[in-house]
Design a protein around this ligand. Structure first.
Ligand code: SF4
Ligand code: SF4
Length: 441
């Protein structure tokens, strides 16, 4: 492993660093003092033990890229989860998220044009909820008939296919949960028990509503139960997957559409998907200083709240003991989604909601070691870097198994499907749930 003192960085930050047509601001890089305190917080470093797979190593590689080692820098950055565990751990305030934002379009430009075109089509499709639902109907039938096992069977019969697109398709199956029958969300759910229910606007998300439609239903019911009138306005994909893949133009377009949909509607915008929440809260950064959308985006983002934030601020003053029957309360561990803890800084609120549920006798809390370490899902990272994603997931599964939990709770659809994959692979008797599913009952 390279030591911090080995990094000869003099002169590396004299001017903006150009990765293809990108400028990485030198002050973002020079903020790093190479102390290495971020290393124990980096799941890819922990999984591989390689400095090049650590935040410090990646920052160093970007600095060195000025000397012509661009490909090497992009190699190291392409395996970064973007979990921002390093940003939380860094005592020098290195804005790792900003560095990543400036590098991602260069990573996208490196993909082959068929891959790039397919991804762009997919990101555009995510914005069309009606078409997306329609397309997932045959997927459900393919799953029911177990035809989704076909690539796996073919690869097993013909091992030389492993390195082809078919091999890749076979490995993706483990991350695809059974697509449920889609039930439309109510356009409005009146708040209960409050004299004057507060209106909120619900943001459903694309991946969440396709794979975890029941979570959105549970979230709307829980919000209504807490006395909030929950409205479902017209909306589109938040743009997070496109943005993280470097397709900033698509993300900007989706952001403009969402801002137009929500602009004239009052109240907070509540979202149960941490990935969407982080993106919606960061819309301002999609627009440069002076662009008219920037101020609108800032206004929009101020209204966005995670489900746990809203629930925590509407908890009754005292715990209300609930009838649990003869059943013993399940042991519940909490996995903090990176996009909630690191990207949004939302930590106390999900804890408060879970503690309240524990005080009401609905569950028993058990600690999860390294609860804020990424599970390896990271948007479409598990599809693009499957092997490393699974290595990262192993560590999470070790912690989960050691916790003795019967239920693991989280706040993001990506984490839900990744944790489900891990639980299935190990054959654990652990349920994977969203916080909203615990609040509903
Ligand atoms: S990113 Fe922060 S914690 Fe990591 S080496 Fe640089 S200064 Fe230290
Ligand atoms: S974002 Fe996550 S994976 Fe990437 S360098 Fe930071 S801690 Fe490591």
């Amino acid at each position: 492993m390279k030591e911090a003192s080995d990094c000869k960085l003099e002169g590396a930050c004299d001017g903006p660093i150009n990765l293809f047509n990108l400028q990485v601001a030198p002050d973002l890089l020079s903020a790093c003092i190479h102390c290495g305190l971020c290393l124990p917080a980096c799941p890819t470093y922990l999984a591989t033990g390689h400095e090049s797979q650590s935040p410090r190593g990646r920052i160093y590689a970007v600095m060195k890229s000025q000397g012509g080692q661009v490909e090497r820098a992009l190699d190291h950055l392409s395996t970064c989860l973007g979990c921002l565990g390093c940003q939380t751990a860094c005592p020098s305030g290195v804005q790792y998220e900003s560095i990543l934002e400036q590098v991602r379009p260069a990573l996208a430009a490196r993909r082959s044009w068929p891959a790039r075109t397919a991804m762009r089509l997919f990101f555009r499709l995510l914005g069309n909820y009606g078409l997306l639902r329609l397309l997932f109907i045959p997927v459900r039938f393919v799953q029911r008939l177990s035809l989704d096992r076909l690539p796996e069977v073919l690869v097993r019969l013909c091992p030389f296919l492993k390195g082809t697109w078919l091999g890749r398709l076979a490995s993706w199956r483990q991350f695809t949960p059974a697509v449920p029958v889609h039930k439309s969300l109510p356009a409005r759910l009146a708040g209960q028990g409050a004299e004057k229910p507060v209106p909120v606007q619900f943001f459903q998300g694309c991946v969440m509503d396709i794979f975890y439609n029941q979570v959105n239903h549970a979230a709307m019911k829980a919000l209504a139960g807490a006395g909030l009138t929950c409205n479902l306005p017209r909306q589109t994909c938040c743009g997070a997957l496109a943005f993280h893949a470097g397709d900033v133009d698509i993300a900007r377009q989706l952001a403009k559409e969402n801002m137009a949909h929500f602009e004239n509607l009052g109240g907070e915008i509540v979202v149960a998907s941490a990935g969407c929440g982080a993106m919606l809260k960061g819309y301002e950064h999609l627009f440069a200083e002076g662009e008219p959308e920037r101020a609108r985006a800032a206004q929009f983002s101020r209204r966005v709240k995670d489900f746990s934030q809203v629930m925590a601020s509407h908890l009754p003053p005292q715990p209300q003991k609930r009838e649990s029957g003869a059943k013993e309360a399940p042991r519940v561990a909490y996995h903090a989604a990176c996009h909630l803890a690191h990207a949004q800084g939302v930590r106390a609120e999900p804890e408060a909601v879970l503690n309240r549920l524990a005080a009401e006798g609905c569950l028993k809390r058990v600690p999860l070691a390294d609860a804020e370490h990424c599970c390896g899902s990271a948007g479409i990272y598990n599809l693009l870097n499957t092997e490393l994603s699974l290595q990262v997931l192993e560590a999470k599964m070790d912690s989960l198994q050691a916790s003795g939990a019967e239920v693991v709770v989280t706040a993001n659809p990506g984490c839900l499907l990744q944790l489900e994959a891990g639980v299935r692979a190990r054959g654990l008797n652990v349920k994977v749930k969203h916080l909203a599913e615990l609040c509903r009952d």
